[in-house]
Design a protein around this ligand. Structure first.
Ligand code: SF4
Ligand code: SF4
Length: 150
């Protein structure tokens, strides 16, 4: 990893970030790895996580191939971010920075602790179930929120 510039998330726009800075900006919440249901233009978020997600760590077990192996995977890039805003929680770091808001205090770039997102209950670690353990017909019973925003 190349050196991250000091306070890059405050000093630069998303377009100006290096690839490493872009990756480091992710808060590790894994909310974007929860399955969504799209119904009549509304997007509902479930507590069901993608089969590739390791729930305990909230890390993808197939990160480098994620786009290839999981069709619905949301691989955020500088070019597609705005198009995908509607699928991201309002707490997502990319949304916050893009909308001119500060990062929350539990973000690892501020806390210097990758676990603070979990301790602050900002990740899906404590409430998610894996896609591999859920009956597909019961997906609607797992809705936890409607995504609002752009
Ligand atoms: S919702 Fe945003 S900040 Fe959270 S894991 Fe996904 S991309 Fe990272
Ligand atoms: S494949 Fe995509 S949606 Fe699935 S766990 Fe990995 S990053 Fe998340």
């Amino acid at each position: 990893m190349t050196k991250l510039r000091k306070f890059f998330w405050e000093k630069y726009t998303l377009d100006q970030l290096s690839q490493d800075e872009w990756e480091a900006l992710c808060d590790g919440c894994a909310k974007c790895c929860l399955l969504k249901i799209v119904n009549k233009k509304k997007i509902f978020i479930t507590n069901i996580s993608c089969s590739k997600l390791e729930i305990e760590s909230c890390r993808c077990s197939d990160y480098s191939n994620r786009e290839k192996n999981v069709k619905a995977c949301l691989k955020l890039t500088k070019d597609n971010l705005h198009k995908n805003f509607k699928f991201l929680p309002s707490s997502c770091s990319y949304r916050l920075i893009s909308e001119g808001n500060p990062l929350p205090e539990w973000h690892h770039l501020l806390s210097k602790d990758q676990e603070s997102v979990h301790r602050s209950n900002q990740s899906i670690q404590k409430y998610s179930v894996s896609e591999t353990s859920v009956n597909i017909e019961n997906y609607e019973d797992h809705i936890v929120a409607e995504i609002t925003g752009k």
